[in-house]
Design a protein around this ligand. Sequence first.
Ligand code: PLP
Length: 469
Amino acid sequence: MTLLDERPVATAFLPVPGRPLPVVGAGRRAPLATGGTTAYADLDVAASAPCLQAVADAVAEALPWYASVHRGAGYASQVSTELLEQARAGVAGFLGCRPGDQVVFTRNTTDAFALLAHCLPAGTTVVSYASEHHANLLPWRGHAERGGRHVLLAVPASPQAALDALEGALRGLHGPVLVAVTGASNVTGEVWPVEQVVALARRYGARVAVDAAQLAPHRVVDLRALGADWVALSGHKLYAPYGAGVLAGRADWLDAAGPYLPGGGATTAVTTAGQAWAAGPARHEGGTPNVLGAVAIAVACAQLEAAGRAALERREHALLARLEAGLASVPGLRVHRLWGEAVERIGVATFTVEGWDPALLATALSAEHGVGVRHGRFCAHPLVDALLDCERPVDGCGDAASGTALRASIGVATTEADVDALVGGLRALTQAGPRAQYTRTSTGWAVASDARPSAAGTAARILRRQTHQ
Ligand SMILES: Cc1ncc(COP(=O)(O)O)c(C=O)c1O
């Protein structure tokens, strides 16, 4: 019996070892400010990665069955409920969850850490490093403002210094302690010594939450093997940009806390006098869950596993070596790292070029070479300040060039040609200067005479088609 088209669409793009994974938008062309188009080189995947083709196909396949979850008797509701719960199980497998661990679907990593901060028992001390992304820094500051404690360790000069500082902090602490650490830096790409952090934390009875927003798309993150308590990630960085993220790990603090989003779904019974809260993931997933976001993440996890994590890693190492060699060939360019060459890195490189405002360079790379990179402080202001040796007042975040950098990042769909386009663009710009004229704007730089269709116009066209068809 065929209900709808039952071709196994999600397996139609089984990855070919050693080749980029198929993504939506691969092969798209970028318009140039100077006229014409060129192949678009997306080297900003650490911010948001393109959607895997298999993810988009699976979501399209799920859509006809999209309906309410958990409370619907209709067949589509039952399929949607199964999609959500099977996706949860798939993500649990991908992250090496142990029996009793929970997978809570959130909006993203920021939301996952806000949820964990909400669940901290009274009197918890959170220990983290100043080098963290703001998502793994500001929630703990909020926790301190609500009467908890936050110990912020300085940006460490080496992995060993990170461990020494942590041990120094843990030695004097009492009561519940959470160490919140990144798996890989979104600025330097350096992989943190998470296993040693966990071992150290265990010696002092502390728990560990790992920010895997950057690590999970590049390396295996296995809670059982790491021994960590929680892991957080974002679907949009894992080739699944449908608005969902994950907090996975130990259930006890989550079940003991009040619901993160009180409302429908988070309760088992409500009377005029009170309510009973649900246990398990539902407790913190109040409101209607993002089923398609969960499906997208689970399919992305399955695709990365099908591609072979080791094969993906080998390919990434080769591309990173090409990128780093190319960057080293650009006069005046400096790559910024905390810990030097020997430390393992994911495909991320942050750099500055002498005499260039990073914002202007990023604008010109896009306008003249079709290359997408990021510039700024990457939501890790204290780390970038430390890397660039820049002291700023708290209200100095919006100022222009000083204390900012560019970041190139590579992922499973990046090609050698993408890397070469960046390096070629940098060489051309630094040697011959820009071909177009640029003017300063309140937010950065703009091309004085731009032949490209405006981004606003392109967006408006997409939206109009959706609302008028
Ligand atoms: C290491 C790291 N942690 C957390 C986040 C926050 O992720 P999101 O913006 O998806 O919440 C990011 C995003 O750049 C990140 O790179």
